[in-house]
Design a protein around this ligand. Structure first.
Ligand code: PAF
Length: 293
């Protein structure tokens, strides 16, 4: 174990120190190995693990970051309560094929006086979760630029459940000329269709029982659209009444956007994203499908 590393679990390294991480990835690159990177906020579930397994299959070395990034949480959001379990995460990530977990301390990652932020401007960040959570994507792109600079991956893996995040990060990588292959993997769901999320843990049993309505409403309109519906408002109305009929739900947004710029569309054509965010009490869940007609 290197002096600056925290430890080693079943041959998987746990690294907290930024300089130790650099040293390690420099060595890996000098050996001519390719690095796959899965950034996470921890509390790993099957969605994360499927990303790690894909990274394992495609790269010689796999890095997973676990960092609950304060910059992407707004005032009154769940930064403090966000679930954390490094021990369990280490076991799960190791089993899925991770070689190194990077879990920096906030005070080292953003030391006192930290003043640099990265922001994708325009329609990609203005609507959907960007409207509901001002500053959220600025926090996401800032942490990711730093993580990409530290990990220097060849490939990175994100889940489609966070579709807007995927489009924002893809744009940032392009605009900033990163040479990192960006991979979007399908949403992993519970058997009843609920998209896996660390925040599902917050749901009470009745909320958990009702939460599959989100994916059911997406599936229902998918059938309508396959059968010829092209009116975006009619599609959104169907979803709204479906979800609103479930007690305890509060719709934050239901939107249909084009997948290039994330601008709302009313007449369905080409490729589009149907996205929603719904609150069950204080827990806000998101889900989406991408369709092409
Ligand atoms: O999707 C997440 O878990 C986070 O937004 C990410 C990409 C790890 C950045 O903090």
């Amino acid at each position: 174990m290197s002096a600056r590393n925290e430890g080693c679990v079943n041959n998987m390294e746990l690294v907290r120190d930024l300089a130790a991480l650099r040293e390690k990835v420099d060595t890996i690159r000098q050996q001519g190995k390719e690095i796959g990177f899965v950034p996470t906020m921890g509390f790993l579930h099957e969605g994360h693990l499927s990303l790690i397994r894909t990274a394992r299959a495609q790269n010689a070395f796999v890095v997973v970051s676990i960092f609950v990034n304060p910059l992407q949480f707004g005032a009154g959001e769940d930064y403090e309560e966000y679930p954390r379990d490094l021990e369990q995460d280490s076991l799960l990530a190791g089993e899925a094929g991770c070689d190194l977990i990077f879990y920096p301390a906030v005070r080292n990652f953003y030391p006192p006086g930290y003043a640099t932020f990265v922001e994708v401007q325009g329609s990609l960040t203005e609507g959907l979760c960007g409207a509901a959570r001002p500053g959220h994507f600025r926090g996401v792109t800032t942490v990711l630029v730093k993580l990409f600079n530290l990990v220097t991956p060849h490939r990175t893996y994100f889940g489609q459940k966070d579709a807007q995040q995927c489009l924002v990060v893809k744009k940032m990588l392009k605009d900033l000329n990163y040479n990192i292959q960006f991979n979007i993997m399908p949403t992993v769901r519970e058997p009843d269709g609920l998209a896996m999320s660390s925040r599902n843990k917050y749901l009470t049993p009745p909320q958990r029982a009702n939460a599959p309505v989100l994916y059911q409403s997406l599936q229902q309109v998918e059938v309508l659209i396959r059968n010829g519906e092209r009116d975006g408002e009619a599609v959104k109305d169907t979803m709204r009444s479906n979800i609103a009929s479930v007690p305890g739900t509060e719709i934050d947004y239901i939107e249909i956007m084009d997948v290039d710029e994330l601008k709302p569309i009313s007449r369905l054509a080409g490729s589009f994203l149907i996205a929603l965010a719904v609150r069950f009490g204080s827990t806000r869940l998101i889900d989406n499908i991408i369709m092409e007609v």
